[in-house]
Design a protein around this ligand. Structure first.
Ligand code: PGA
Length: 247
């Protein structure tokens, strides 16, 4: 059976109090289910509260939205992987399009982060996705394959299945315009083929993200290519998110 990951990217929303209130409502609505994992990416300051609020639920993991690859040092404003782990993170986003396009995160930096996360035993979720002008110029495959290659530059074949990939077309994030299920699946196939060429042994989980909501999530997840979804806006309300994960 396909394992599905429902990943909630809270971006710059929900402080510690809001996370506790969210968890109380959400956990009352959603019982653990076979083959379904629930991952939450709260802001860094909310990590400990979120980890505490979801404690005891083996189907829930909490992760960092952003980490630095160095373990410690003079990097004002950054969160190291050991600090994120101490706060409860067992997974982390890498190369989210907002980090790439608003804050200048480079392909090369994504590679360092993925390698450092794997070395620390934290699951990287490597995000890739093309901008609208790149899609219109027919460059989607080239862009996502370039981002994949850079992100996985330090990962050897036996470790590939410890990485999760999220395909998030930039033009679909927060815009209300999602990729069609078929378009999403086509890009997932391109990524999967490349992962096989690189020697991935088992199935690497590939999530889709970009304006996923209660109205489109079922059709998207009917595509066997999708191993889950990475969701921003529609993950902020406990009732809406519970409805999506319960399908
Ligand atoms: P969205 O964000 O669901 O609000 O489009 C997705 C993401 O950025 O991960």
């Amino acid at each position: 059976m396909r394992r599905l990951i429902f990943a909630a990217n809270w971006k710059m929303h929900h402080g510690p109090r809001a996370a506790a209130a969210f968890a109380e409502k959400f956990l009352a609505l959603v019982a653990p289910a076979e083959g379904r994992d629930l991952w939450f990416f709260p802001p860094a300051v909310t990590l400990p509260a979120a980890a505490r609020a979801f404690e005891g639920r083996a189907d829930v993991r909490v992760g960092a939205q952003h980490v630095h690859w160095e373990a410690k040092g003079a990097y004002t404003g950054e969160t190291s992987i050991p600090l994120a782990q101490e706060a409860g993170a067992t997974t982390a986003l890498v190369g989210h399009s907002e980090r790439r396009h608003l804050f200048g995160e480079t392909d090369e930096q994504t590679g360092r982060k993925v390698a450092a996360l794997l070395a620390a035993g934290v699951t990287p979720v490597l995000c890739v996705g093309e901008k609208l002008e790149e899609r219109e110029a027919g460059q989607t495959d080239a862009v996502v394959l370039r981002q994949l290659a850079a992100g996985l530059a330090g990962v050897d074949a036996p470790h590939l299945e410890r990485v999760v990939i999220a395909y998030e077309p930039v033009w679909a994030i927060g815009t209300g315009r999602n990729a069609t299920p078929e378009d999403a699946a086509a890009v997932h196939r391109v990524l999967r083929r490349e992962l096989q060429v690189r020697g991935a042994r088992g199935r690497v989980s590939i999530l889709y993200g970009g304006s996923v909501n209660a109205a489109n999530s079922v059709a998207l997840l009917e595509q066997e290519e999708l191993d889950g979804v990475l969701v921003g806006g529609a993950s902020l309300d406990p009732e809406v998110w519970a409805g999506i994960v319960r399908r």
